[in-house]
Write a protein that binds this ligand. Structure first.
Ligand SMILES: *[C@@H]1O[C@H](CO)[C@@H](O)[C@H](O)[C@H]1NC(C)=O
Ligand SMILES: *[C@@H]1O[C@H](CO)[C@@H](O)[C@H](O)[C@H]1NC(C)=O
Length: 159
């Protein structure tokens, strides 16, 4: 299982948002969002067991998980959890870059890249305004994935 736990909540949220936000007119709800149970939502967006577990964890607080809910409900619940997780990750990565004099150049570069990726992802407006929704989420997702891929290659680290 080569998924880094701290990245999973954000990936789950982004995936649920992409899955839940159908193309359509611009309103503050997700037009064309499917209605499904937590189980189907997590199966729909998870390609690995780790991601499925993260998804179930992210949606653990949704009431009546066995009933169908608009996918927007899941996207919002996951996004709230992801924001908290992303904040903690950025703080931890920033502390390493700022105070840890033992970081190799590779580690420093990876952590700096993660801070940028998370900052960009957090500042992506996640309500479906405007037409560039999918592009914004895809670039956020790719940035976070590149952070993950760089951190995976590092020797064991506090992150
Ligand atoms: C995704 O959700 C829809 C709606 O519930 C369901 O019909 C479909 O089978 C799901 N797909 C997967 C891969 O679980
Ligand atoms: C500083 O970085 C080194 C190298 O990655 C790591 O082993 C160490 O745990 C870090 N120190 C702290 C206090 O996180």
């Amino acid at each position: 299982m080569n998924t880094i736990p701290f990245l999973s909540p954000l990936l789950v949220a982004v995936s649920l948002i992409v899955a839940g936000a159908g193309a359509g007119d611009e309103t503050t709800t997700c037009p064309g969002a499917l209605s499904m149970t937590v189980e189907s939502a997590c199966r729909n967006v998870s390609h690995t067991q780790a991601m499925y577990d993260a998804c179930k964890g992210a949606l653990a607080g949704v009431p009546n998980p066995m009933s169908d809910h608009d996918a927007t409900v899941y996207a919002l619940a996951a996004a709230r959890g992801a924001m908290a997780s992303a904040d903690a990750t950025v703080v931890a990565a920033n502390e390493q870059v700022t105070y840890n004099g033992s970081l190799s150049g590779e580690e420093k570069g990876a952590y700096e890249g993660c801070v940028e990726a998370y900052a960009a992802a957090e500042h992506t407006p996640w309500a479906p305004f405007g037409g560039g929704l999918a592009d914004d989420y895809m670039s956020g997702l790719l940035a976070v994935e590149s952070c993950r891929d760089r951190v995976i290659k590092l020797p064991a680290s506090p992150l």
